[in-house]
Design a protein around this ligand. Sequence first.
Ligand code: HEM
Length: 192
Amino acid sequence: MQAIPGYDFGRVPDAPISDGEFELLKRTVMLTDEDFKYLRTACGILKDQIDAILDLWYGWVGSNPHLVYYFGDKAGRPIPEYLDAVRKRFGQWILDTTCRDYDREWLNYVYEIGLRHHKSKKGRTDNVDTVEHIPLRYMIAFIAPIGLTIKPFLAKKGHSAEDVERMWSAWLKSVVLQAAIWARPYSKEGEW
Ligand code: HEM
């Protein structure tokens, strides 16, 4: 398999989040062993639908000028190679969210993804001269489209309605968990 440019899972510094904080956050979004079982099933279901999911999400971002703006340069022109590079890593994120253990390595890369949306690192990975920062309000608001639109894809492989519901709620919990981690660089010291 070809390496994904800029995908640095396993090669990023430790997140400034303790194991204890991580555990309590998982507990707060109600992620249980049962959810991880359903995420693993979702992994098998989603892995050959990545392109279709990304087509939907990118189509939606592309049709919202206030969102596609963040994939552009400071004059407001989209940067196609930036959109493409991020798309590959976004596909991998779907797999990292469903197929991987949520251990220290996972936490570290999730935190890195937060930095990449924030002015501390946005645009650095792909070396592009882009808008410098994505506002926190959109990071939180995005939980709705990313959380909700996955459901039809989970239902595509003939699983029972109950299994689809369980996979969907595990997915939603994970997206909320990750958005909470992404809020860390957006918070002043001591506020997160
Ligand atoms: C629940 C919320 C969100 C999720 C799950 C998400 C997911 C991702 C993922 C997985 C990546 C690639 C990470 C990597 O480099 O490995 C990424 C990067 C990116 N996302 Fe998001 N994102 C969210 C919110 C947003 C919002 C609101 C915008 C603004 C329209 C946005 C725009 C971008 C951009 C521009 C990048 C590239 C950042 C860079 O320069 O490295 N994302 N996102």
